[in-house]
Design a protein around this ligand. Sequence first.
Ligand SMILES: Cc1ncc(COP(=O)(O)O)c(C=O)c1O
Length: 439
Amino acid sequence: MSKTITKSQALFERRKNAVANGVGVFNSATVKEAKGAIIIDEDGNELIDFAGGIGVVNAGHCPAPVVQAIKDQADKYLHTSFNVVTYEPYIELCEVLCDILPHGERTKAMLVSTGAEAVENAIKIARQATKKQGIICFTDAYHGRTMMAMTLTSKIDYKIDCGPFSPEVYRIPFPNFYRYGKGKSLDDFVESSLSELHASCKNLFDPNSIAAVIIEPIQGEGGFYAVPKKYFDGLREFCDEYGILLIADEIQSGFARTGNWASWQHYKVQPDLSTYAKSLGSGLPIAAVVGRAEVMDAAAGGTIGGTYIGSPLACAAALATIQYMKDINLNERAIEVGNIIMNRFEKIKQQFTEVGDIRGVGAMNAIEFVKNGDPNHPDAELCGAIVKGCLENGLIVISAGTYKNIIRILSPLVIEDDLLNKGLDIIENQIIEKIKLKI
Ligand SMILES: Cc1ncc(COP(=O)(O)O)c(C=O)c1O
């Protein structure tokens, strides 16, 4: 008798046969339809979505005004290339971005399609503006998979056999207080991290040859570690001392995730340039570089851009997304969602030494699993088992971290409290079950 397979399994079989193995896959979930914070799979099962397409659907799956805006735009024109024929949605989106993300007195923006592209363009703009080449980036950073972005990305698993990488890139330690601050106060830790940064000028790079420092103020793939405020202040001062531009990569942390349009707005540290993508377009590929007008304008004509820069459909989606986020006050909702998550995480942490740390800014929350309560002994096995168990119980959740030992929550922020708590129940039950199994 032949074994019956589900529609989801059949789709995965086709994936295996037709799609290159190198295309990453987190889990075995499929989708037929999605709305709000629910994904309905090929077999009609309802899954709660705590991954949000890796931080892309902060405004929910298929928000009605965004879908309508895409349809309306599709009826008008799909593509002219902004380089060839100018269209209003591109300009309006730049105006709105400059308004909500002011970089000093005058701000300008440019649009592309993906986060990695935004990063590539921010680096090109910084190099042209400073006439210098060096770039400083951080350990556990993630900036994408194109060649410069991949060079800036820290995790080796993402870059095996892909070199040679871009020259003139220098990586320094991200000030990760949880992992490396043992026995120190936060102030002492920041002080020693900043002295290390200054010491790098003697043993790693010539600061006068550096164009930019690129930092995720709250690391995404790296595990939701937030840069300490005093370090960020010190980094800004360091940049000013040597005429280096500060680039904030907000691709994962932006657009309401932390309760602000960008996480740097919490710190009150002004970057010279910043990058956005993901939840800006609610699923349509759109990304932006925003920055001080004089820096943005330093890029020579034709050196930044591409055929699809700021597709009209994606611009319409982004404009409708931002308006919708404003209308429903999504930044405020992120704080509420984050509070619910952190309260639940706090209770779990109190029970288990396996939970090394919980953290979050707004609704960018993570729970980190370690062995023997030791930050230097990540427990990827336990984390992986919990993530898998969650899916078996109807919750899509993804891990993060160089060691894959962290669960990150990127649920749509429009999620109702009941559904959020239902998802958190599943995580809590899985943590209890999998820890008991190990004991
Ligand atoms: C902080 C950060 N920068 C850049 C990227 C790359 O974006 P994309 O995957 O759209 O190229 C990501 C993607 O996860 C990211 O989280």
